[in-house]
Every structure is written in C-alpha cells, then in structure tokens.
Write a protein that binds this ligand. Structure first.
Ligand code: GLA
Length: 375
C-alpha cells in the first residue's frame, strides 16, 4: 500500500482588541490570533477530487477540481472550494486530496472561524503540494476566497491576524501598507473573555456592505470639498478637518466618518497603554470604542449593549466592546481571571432573564498563527 504524506495544520481564531471597521478604511487595528483552533489533517489523492469530512459538523462533502461551483445547501464547503479555486486561478498545480476537519473554535461567534478555515486550508495545500507561497500570499488567497467565492467583501483583518498571530503578543496593524508590529501581551492575572450573544448576524452582510459604501461616500464628498490634500481614505482625515466640513456633510455620513477617525485615534492610544501595561486605561478605551460603534457607526444590538453595560458594573472588568462587524455576534472584554465565574454567574443569569437565552463565555489568550504540526 502506498503511504501518502500526511499534513496536519492547526489554525487559530482571532480577536480584535480594538480598531473596528477600520481595515477597509486603510486604518489601524490591534488584533491577536487566539488559542482556540481548527484542526485539519489530510493527504493527496490522484482522482482530481477533494473529499472533506467535518467531524465538528458531522457532515461531509466532495467536489472535483475541474467543477468548482458555489454550493448553496452546504455553506461551509464554500470556504474550502474558494481557497482551492484561488490556487487554481493563480496557476498553481494541485491535485485532489482527502481532508478531515475538527475544531474547538466556535462557529459564528465572531472569532473568525471562516478566516481560520480558509487560512488553514490554504496552508494545508501549500504544504501538501510543496508550493512556494509566502504568508502574504496566504492572506491574499484566503481573503480573495471569501471576497470572490463566498461573496463577503470583508477587509484583511481576519485573515491577516490568523496568519501572523504570535503567542503572548498582539499585532498592531496598519492597513494602509499592511505593516505590523508585535506588542507583548502576557496579561498574567488577566484574560481576554469573549461573550457570544448567540444573536445571529442576519443583517451583517447587507449592512456591512452598506457601511463600506457610506465610508466611500464620505471620502468622495470630502475629497471634493478639500482640494489641497490627497484624501484617498478616511484614514487620511484628521478630526479637525472632519469638523471643518461637518455642516456640508449629510449627518449619517459625518457620523460614520467620525467613528473611523476616532477609532484610529483610540487604536494609537491603546497601543500606548499596551506598551505601558496600563490595562485599566486600555479598558476605558474599549468602552469608548463601543459607544462609537453604537452611536456613530450604528452596528450594535440590544444584546450587545446589555452585555457591555452589565460587564461595566462588575469590579475587575477593565473594559468591553462589541467585536467584529456587529449586528450580533460577540463582545470582547478584558477581565481579571479571578472574577470569570462571577461574570458567568451575574451576566449569564441576567442575560437569560432578559433575553431568555444563554450566552457563551470563551476565555482565550494570544496564540501563534496557523502552523503545521506533527502528531
Ligand atoms: C468583519 C470583517 C473584517 C472587519 C470587521 C469589522 O469581521 O470580516 O474584515 O471589517 O468586520 O472591523
């Protein structure tokens, strides 16, 4: 019997500490890969066929390399199809493979299970076929799979964080040129606590795309008003300049722009706090970010607001805010490890009473990015 090379990949989820809706505005974020993973294992076949079994979903799927079409009935397989399709489109020679996937990363919780899967599959294919593909291209392949095949026009934050994560560090990222810096983040007695409202992000795609359009409108309008500067994105605008043209902008457009401009400022402040290990001040900045996402960007929900408000009442919670696109999903908080049970008890019970549902609590720490492992 021929023994095929077995490739094993661990691919983390991600959190966004701060810098929301800044990636497609060429702005700033501080993110991290987290220690919750999708696990992929598999080997080549000569059948031109991709066969996948997801242990997590207890579901399987297959497709031929010469017939890759979007599958409406099995949504998850499109992430794999999308990545395979990108490799083929880029001229890489690949053959079929068999793959098993498992996960302790929750799906749909706002911790980027989709980016984790895309990047994991991209890395798996690179290793399986010994392809000369660097990390930047893995980010682009995975992001293009989501944009062009799955059909969600997300920015680069998720895929970038999953690829470039580093244990005990967060990533300070500038989307203008994709430059990045690692900042030590070893919180000792503290923890990043994600609380998943389990509110489905139904409007996420439509509203997300709308926000992107509103930001583009803001740039177009402002660059026509301000002739003496090059304004290519909202990250080229200062708060002072924005206020100078406030009265000439539609109210909604002004608010969207103000969120992005102030969020970039908050990311810079948060970076200073992290460098000084001032988690208390960082927490305040997280609360401010939530207010801005709620009032100016209008992407929060009652459940997310409830979680942030209730967390803010507990001693030992440094800060909290909605994380990701919004319209449901999760809240990120930074808390003292010793009060996690108190939070689960207080916030969990109150949430159940108010919304008749249980949120999920996920404690996590910064991890290395997607990696090949031996087992
Ligand atoms: C989603 C997208 C990201 C980013 C966030 C908002 O998670 O996938 O690219 O735009 O929303 O910060």
């Amino acid at each position: 019997m021929r023994r095929e090379k077995l490739i094993n990949i661990l691919s983390p989820g991600r959190v966004n500490v701060i810098g929301e809706h800044t990636d497609y505005n060429m702005g700033l974020s501080i993110t991290a890969a987290i220690d919750k993973y999708i696990f992929i294992t598999g080997y080549k076949n000569d059948l031109g066929l991709v066969e996948v079994y997801s242990k997590y979903l207890n579901d399987s799927g297959k497709f031929f390399l010469d017939d890759i079409a979007f599958d409406k009935s099995k949504y998850w397989i499109n992430y794999i199809k999308g990545v395979v399709n990108e490799y083929i489109q880029r001229g890489y020679k690949i053959s079929g493979f068999n793959m098993v996937i498992d996960s302790d990363l929750p799906i749909g919780a706002g911790v980027s299970s989709s980016a984790s899967l895309e990047v994991g599959v991209a890395k798996f294919i690179k290793e399986l076929f010994d392809l000369n593909v660097d990390n930047k291209e893995i980010v682009n392949i995975s992001n293009s799979a989501e944009n062009n095949f799955v059909g969600v026009s997300c920015g680069l934050m998720d895929q970038f964080s999953v690829v470039y994560g580093k244990k005990d560090h967060v990533i300070f990222l500038n989307f203008k040129d994709l430059s990045y810096e690692y900042i030590p983040f070893n919180p000792g007695n503290d923890l990043i606590l994600i609380i998943n409202s389990r509110e489905e992000r139904n409007l996420a795609d439509t509203e997300y795309n709308k926000r992107r359009e509103e930001c583009n409108d803001a740039v177009r309008l402002m660059s026509s008003m301000i002739k003496d500067r090059n304004i290519n994105s909202l990250s080229d605008i200062s708060l002072e300049l924005l206020f100078e043209v406030k009265d000439r902008l539609p109210g909604k457009i002004f608010k969207r722009a103000r969120h992005v401009v102030t969020e970039n400022k908050r990311v810079l402040l948060a970076k200073e706090c992290l460098l000084k290990s001032d988690i208390g001040k960082l927490g305040h900045i997280l609360y401010e970010s939530h207010e801005s996402l709620k009032n100016d960007y209008e992407v929060s929900t009652d459940k997310l607001d409830y979680l942030v408000r209730e967390l803010s009442k507990i001693n030992g919670v440094y800060g909290a805010r909605l994380m990701g696109a919004g319209f449901g999903g999760s809240v990120i908080s930074i808390v003292k490890k010793e009060i996690v049970n108190e939070i689960i008890d207080k916030v969990g019970t109150g949430f159940l009473k108010t919304f008749n549902d249980n949120p999920d609590f996920i404690g996590c720490l910064p991890s290395d990015g997607t990696m090949r492992v031996s087992i």
